[in-house]
Design a protein around this ligand. Structure first.
Ligand SMILES: NC(=O)c1ccc[n+]([C@@H]2O[C@H](COP(=O)([O-])OP(=O)(O)OC[C@H]3O[C@@H](n4cnc5c(N)ncnc54)[C@H](O)[C@@H]3O)[C@@H](O)[C@H]2O)c1
Length: 253
């Protein structure tokens, strides 16, 4: 029987590439996103073994309802990819309590509720599973202008290690992927802001990130999806608590 995967924030960008990869690897896939329109479009692009569910990952009740709906529809859950995240550019003086709560509720809270809910589901279903979290190269080394984002992604690596320790004996592995500079709407927004803050254009903004990539090319979403495909497969069964950096050679850690 096919395995079942949930990918949050899969209406576009890296999440959609991950959903596509897992679908092609034979998973039934649930696309969870707070943008219902893109989620539905993404699911219909994949085919009949994909469903779209609307949920805001920062809201615990909505995450629980989404996972319940997945199990109701597909009868199982094996892989939870906590991919949804937001990345506003935040020079220190611009940060407000509202922005702080927003970023942390999504980037950290979303990982927490996804981990908690998937763990409860695995226990109820009577088997282990795989939890895979989105961090970033900015969660490995602090990035300028990204106080909230970068620090929230450090937290994701910490949570990945903690959950890996807590859940290993139940057959649940917990790992993270740390992309570099990926060609998605999120990255184009960041490049635009960084360029604007410096009085320059979008290309200049993107180059501030791109110039330090050893391979001298930006990442395609599929570069990241390939690593998540591995983390979701049995080939990674003996790996837990790790962050795999997939950035073309930016951070060596
Ligand atoms: N693009 C990059 O260069 C890059 C680099 C490192 C890490 N990442 C991480 O990869 C993940 C995906 O990034 P992306 O570039 O594809 O972003 P993106 O902005 O292109 O797509 C993010 C998706 O998540 C959804 N989303 C956002 N907040 C949500 C919430 N609260 N609940 C449900 N859905 C929500 C959005 O609607 C969107 O569909 C993020 O966690 C991001 O931090 C991206």
């Amino acid at each position: 029987m096919s395995k079942v995967a949930v990918v949050t924030g899969a209406g576009q960008g890296i999440g959609f590439a991950i959903a596509t990869r897992l679908y092609n690897d034979g998973f039934k896939v649930a696309i969870v996103d707070y943008n219902e329109e893109t989620a539905k479009k993404a699911a219909s692009t994949l085919g009949e073994n994909a469903i779209a569910l609307k949920a805001d990952v920062s809201d615990r009740e909505q995450v629980i309802a989404a996972i319940d709906a997945v199990i109701e529809k597909f009868g199982d859950l094996n892989v939870m990819v906590n991919n949804a995240g937001v990345a506003p550019t935040t020079p220190i003086e611009t940060i407000t309590p509202e922005l702080f709560h927003k970023v942390y509720n999504i980037n950290v809270g979303g990982i927490l509720w996804g981990t908690q809910t998937a763990t409860a589901a695995f226990r109820k279903l009577g088997h282990g599973g795989k939890i895979i979290n989105a961090t970033s190269q900015a969660g490995v080394v602090g990035n300028p202008n990204l106080m909230l984002y970068s620090s929230s992604k450090f937290a994701v690596r910490g949570m990945t290690q903690i959950a890996a320790r807590d859940l290993a004996e139940e057959g649940i592995t917990v790992n993270a992927y740390a992309p570099g500079i990926v060609k998605t709407p999120m990255m184009f927004d960041i490049a635009h802001q960084v360029g604007k803050n410096a009085g320059k254009d979008d290309e200049w903004g993107m180059n501030t990130f791109a110039k330090d990539i050893a391979m001298k090319r930006l990442s395609e979403p599929e570069d990241v999806a390939n690593v998540v495909g591995f983390l979701a497969s049995k080939d990674s069964d003996y790996i837990t608590g790790q962050t795999i950096i997939v950035d073309g050679g930016m951070q060596f850690h």
